[in-house]
Design a protein around this ligand. Sequence first.
Ligand SMILES: NC(=O)c1ccc[n+]([C@@H]2O[C@H](COP(=O)([O-])OP(=O)(O)OC[C@H]3O[C@@H](n4cnc5c(N)ncnc54)[C@H](OP(=O)(O)O)[C@@H]3O)[C@@H](O)[C@H]2O)c1
Length: 323
Amino acid sequence: MTDFTARTALVTGANSGLGHEAAAQLAELGYGTVIIAARTDEKARAAKKALTARTDSNAFVAIALDNDAPKTVEAAAATLVERGHTIDFLLLNAGIAPTKEISRTANGIESTVAASLVGHHLLTMRLLEAGALEEKARIVIAGSEAARGDVPTFNPIALDAFAAEHFGGDLEAAIDAYFRMDAPATYKPGDTYATVKLFVAWWAAELARRLPAGMTVNAVSPGSTPDTNAIRNAPFFMKRIMVPFFKLMPGMSHSVADGAGRYLEVAGYGDEVTGRFFASKPKKMTGPLTEIRMDHFDDPAAQHALWNVTSKIAGGVGYPART
Ligand SMILES: NC(=O)c1ccc[n+]([C@@H]2O[C@H](COP(=O)([O-])OP(=O)(O)OC[C@H]3O[C@@H](n4cnc5c(N)ncnc54)[C@H](OP(=O)(O)O)[C@@H]3O)[C@@H](O)[C@H]2O)c1
C-alpha cells in the first residue's frame, strides 16, 4: 500500500462541494498535509475546522486565495513557498456554475473565466517558477461534460468560426474578447460555462507540453454532482428544472464523494497520462471516467492561443515551452 504521509496536496475551492470533499478524502487517504484554499481567511479557517472534525486528521492548513483577485493569488503562492511547502497534488477545483447575470472581476475579466482559469494559471505558474511542485507532481483542473457539446443548453464556442467572422481569423484576439466578454462575444450562461471548461481542457493540453518530464496535468470533470452549492445563482431553468430532473433520473447524477473521487483517481495515473481531458463517456453524465477524444479538444492552435491570452491576462506570467 502507498504511504501518503509525506505527501502534500493543495485544493482550491476547498470550503464547499467537491473541493471540500476532495480535501477530506485526501486526508483520509493519509496525505500528511492538505492545504485548503478558500476565498477568505474566514472561509478557509471554517473549512479547516469542519474537515478536522470530520476526519480527525491534523493535516489541514488553511490559506486565503481568490482567483478574482490576482494579488491574493500571488500572496498565497508566496506564503506557501516561504513556508517551504512542496506540492505533490495540485487540485485546481474552484469554479462557478453558470449564473443568470454576467459578472466581471475588478480587472474586467468575466467571472467564470477568472475563477476557473486565470487565477489557477497564475497560481500554477508561481508554484512552478519557485520549484514548489514536486518532481512527480500531479495537477488536476476541474473540467465539465458541458465542454463536450452534447449536453442540452451547453454549447462551447466554435472558436475558428468566431475568430474568422469577427477577428480576421486571429484566435488570440477572439479569445481575449471572450475573456472580457466584449462584443461580439456574448454572455449566455450555459454556453459560457461550456466554453470556459473547453478552455480549461485546452490549457491542460498546452501546459502538458511545457511541464518538466514526470509532472502531469489533466482536466477532469467530477461529473453531474447536484448536491454541491454550485447552482445557487443559476438561471431558473437550470436550478428548478434541469438539475432536479437529473437528480430523479437514474445515471444522471452521483454523490459528491463519487465526484471528488474522480479527481483522486486521475491523480493516481502514471507519468504518461498528461494533457488529457477525462469525463463521463460521451452523452453520459456519470459512470466510469473516460478520456474524451473529440475534434474540438484536439486543436493545438487554439490551445496555444488560449495559453498566450491566459498568460497575458494573468500579468505576463507564463512558463516556457520545453526546447
Ligand atoms: N457540481 C457539478 O455537477 C459539477 C460538474 C462538473 C464540473 N464541476 C466543477 O467542479 C468545481 C467545484 O464545483 P462545486 O460543484 O463543488 O461547486 P461549489 O460547491 O459552489 O464549490 C465551488 C468552490 O469554488 C470556489 N470559488 C468560486 N469562485 C472562486 C474564486 N474566484 N476564487 C477562489 N475560489 C472560488 C467557491 O468559493 P465560495 O464558496 O467562496 O463561492 C467554492 O469553494 C467547479 O470548477 C465546477 O465547475 C461541477
